[in-house]
Design a protein around this ligand. Structure first.
Ligand code: MRU
Length: 372
């Protein structure tokens, strides 16, 4: 595993300033958005170790593509866009280790590209980012590492800009309500910054359209409890945590205007893979007349997969279900099933918000029009 960088560093303004920012900072850039998970300073890649949150904020130094792939697989970094950004920088690190006169870059970098692609299967942003890097590698040339770095920075910068745009578009859909409910972590920790669903929530809170956020704890990795709650607390946005089992009762109170979630892969017909438990929320939302919003950049849309049945769903070790924080919680001898994601049918989704626009009641024709 990568070695620890600076134990105890909080990722605040300094980290943002040293991360990828191509335009001058505006005061509003930092409104409710002070956390960064992926830092690139031109020479080194540092990842906030999300396994250790909220107890410790430790950045790991990622020296090469293998360490980047390990960090993705082992959940140091997670969330579809952040996985793609990390893989892109992993390719830069791999290319920098090679001599400038490398005859066939694609050949030599092939094993690293494959290792990165094998790290996690569901988030299509990983494969999207690697395809972009591969297209640059195919052009070759002695200055390839510099061009790869420029491409990785673009992927990183564009993600942040897209999230801010989606934040505005998604918040504009919301009538004033007491609260929204979200699942997993889709925030600055899961992206280049600001977040997808959490970006919409940041914008909506900034515009006083909502007064608080309910976050599902999100078993088994507790992304809601450990990450979303932490991120929102850092940024002063009121958050109440619920067990997944409380979602139906919460919706029945009438406090929830929208359920707002992210996505790991959206198929061509709008079916959406996201953290396990999302589908259940969509069913509950429809039953209670609560609207359901998916927020994702177009890099999460996979027009080559016709519908949700074709999305590969990662299954993770059963130990993640049978134990909690390293302690066994199940009866000895019990088995478990641990799919990391589920698929919400498009018919249960009221809006998909992307940086290119909003698709209401998504279907194949509307997704095709968006992606043209
Ligand atoms: O297993 P994870 O933590 O990588 O799962 C993350 C999610 O399911 C997120 O909702 C999704 O990647 C969107 S993040 C902007």
């Amino acid at each position: 595993m990568p070695r620890a960088f600076t134990p105890g560093v909080f990722c605040g303004f300094d980290a943002i300033a040293s991360g990828v920012q191509s335009r001058p900072m505006k005061p509003t850039d930092l409104a409710f958005d002070t956390v960064r998970a992926v830092l690139w300073d031109g020479t080194s890649l540092k990842l906030l170790d999300q396994r250790r949150l909220p107890r410790e904020t430790v950045y790991l130094d990622i020296p090469d593509a293998k360490a980047a792939a390990d960090a993705i697989r082992e959940m140091v970094v997670r969330g579809a866009p952040a996985i793609g950004i990390t893989a892109a920088y992993g390719v830069v690190l791999a290319a920098r280790r090679l001599p400038a006169d490398t005859p066939d870059w694609l050949d030599v970098l092939g094993p690293d590209l494959e290792r990165l692609a094998a790290s996690r299967p569901t988030a299509v942003n990983l494969f999207w980012a690697l395809a972009r890097m591969k297209a640059v590698i195919g052009q070759g040339g002695a200055d390839l590492p510099a061009r790869l770095e420029a491409e990785a920075r673009r992927i990183h910068e564009d993600d942040l800009a897209d999230n801010r745009r989606m934040g505005e578009l998604g918040a504009a859909l919301m009538d004033p309500a007491e609260a929204v409910l979200t699942h997993c972590n889709t925030g600055s920790l899961a992206t280049g910054g600001y977040g997808t669903a959490l970006g919409v929530i940041r914008s909506a809170y900034g515009q006083q359209r909502i007064r608080k956020v309910y976050a599902d704890e999100t078993r088994p990795w507790l992304q809601g409890a450990r990450l979303t709650a932490w991120e929102l607390v850092q940024d002063g946005i009121p958050v109440d945590l619920i067990c997944e089992g409380a979602a139906a009762s919460l919706m029945r109170t009438g406090k929830i205007g929208w359920v707002v979630v992210g996505a790991d892969r959206i198929a061509a017909n709008g079916d959406t893979a996201n953290k396990i438990g999302t589908y259940a929320l969509a069913v509950l939302a429809r039953h209670h007349g609560v609207r359901f919003m998916v927020v994702a950049p177009t890099s999460t849309i996979d027009m080559d997969t016709p519908d949700g049945a074709g999305i590969p769903i990662e299954e993770r070790p059963v130990s993640e279900v049978l134990s909690l924080a390293g302690q066994p919680v199940a009866a000895e001898g019990a088995g478990a099933w641990n799919p990391a994601f589920d698929v919400t049918p498009a018919a249960l989704i009221d809006a998909i918000v992307t940086e290119k626009g909003v698709v209401e009641r998504p279907d194949r024709a509307k997704m095709t029009a968006l992606m043209k």
